[in-house]
Design a protein around this ligand. Structure first.
Ligand SMILES: [Zn+2]
Length: 47
């Protein structure tokens, strides 16, 4: 893992699935929603 580039991971806050990654200065985790229908429905229920 020594050659692994530090990057931010975008994780679905509902199901925990890796949505995307983006280059960052250090490893960071961002929480968002994936495009699965169950997660979108869950989001609307929480709001
Ligand atoms: Zn999800």
């Amino acid at each position: 893992m020594s050659n692994y580039i530090a990057q931010g991971s975008i994780i679905c806050k509902h199901c925990g699935e890796l949505i995307d990654t983006m280059p960052t200065e250090k490893v960071t985790v961002y929480y968002s929603e994936c495009k699965q229908e169950k997660c979108e429905n869950r989001e609307s229920q929480e709001a």
